[in-house]
Design a protein around this ligand. Structure first.
Ligand SMILES: Nc1ncnc2c1ncn2[C@@H]1O[C@H](COP(=O)(O)OP(=O)(O)OP(=O)(O)O)[C@@H](O)[C@H]1O
Ligand SMILES: [Mg+2]
Length: 224
């Protein structure tokens, strides 16, 4: 499902460049559920964005769902993401003028989930994460934890093969976070979906099948 080799990504900062992420080797099989951990600033978000095809590596190979993203242009990567990947951004990225229901439906517009009764499925997803009575609230009219759960629903609306989540439960209380993670992992295992989740919470990490520490990827990968 995911295969990375000798990947490097730097950001230009004036005259210098900052190495944001380096991965010597990483393989994740279909239907695996992986926690991605590492200290702040080690490149977890940068790695997820390369897996999603939002960023292209400076060098190395990034193969995701059978496609070499490092060899594809931006619009091809965008199409690939819409078709195969659900992404929960660390900063949520919901559109402020739209309601919870509309934000989830917008996710369907860019993927393959637009057909059928998308509105019904969006409302059902929102109900499952405890937002059945917040369908018509805008992001500014919800708590941060609620907005985060809307972002999770948007990532799931296209029934993606690969779910990438950047600290998706960082603003949930323990009980809500546990319930949402249960739901996510259940949906993933039912559908044979692959999950890569960045988390700083050791308890969430232990719920996943495997933990990958980004600090260890610069050399040989260590499997916990
Ligand atoms: N646009 C940018 N320009 C320059 N440097 C950047 C940029 N974005 C990120 N960086 C640097 O790249 C490194 C990796 O950033 P990244 O956001 O991937 O870290 P992270 O592991 O997700 O951290 P956190 O746990 O705090 O979310 C950091 O040291 C950061 O300072
Ligand atoms: Mg990050």
């Amino acid at each position: 499902m995911i295969r990375l080799r000798s990947v490097k990504k730097s950001y230009r900062q004036g005259a210098t460049s900052v190495l944001a992420c380096a991965v010597d080797q990483l393989d994740i099989a279909k239907a695996e559920q992986v926690a991605l951990v590492g200290r702040s600033g080690t490149g977890k978000t940068t790695l997820l964005h390369m897996l999603a095809g939002i960023l292209r590596p400076d060098s190395g190979e990034v193969e995701v769902v059978g496609q070499r993203l490092d060899q594809m242009g931006e619009s091809a990567r965008d199409r690939h993401r819409g078709r195969h990947i659900g992404m929960v951004y660390q900063t949520f990225n919901l559109l402020q003028p739209f309601t919870a229901l509309e934000n989830v439906l917008l996710g369907a517009l860019f993927g393959r989930g637009a057909g059928g009764d998308a509105k019904h499925r969006a409302a059902e997803l929102l109900s499952k994460v405890g937002l059945g009575d917040r369908l018509h609230h805008r992001p500014s009219e919800m708590s941060v934890g609620q907005v985060q759960r809307v972002a999770i629903c948007r990532a799931l609306i296209n029934d993606p093969e690969l779910i990438l989540m950047d600290e998706p439960l960082g603003n949930q209380d323990r009980s809500t976070g546990g319930q949402v993670l249960d739901l996510l992992l259940q949906m993933a295992s039912d559908g044979g979906k692959t999950v890569v989740m960045v988390t700083h919470d050791p308890e969430s990490a232990t719920r996943m099948q495997r933990t990958v520490d980004l600090a260890t990827l610069r050399g040989v990968e260590v499997v916990a």
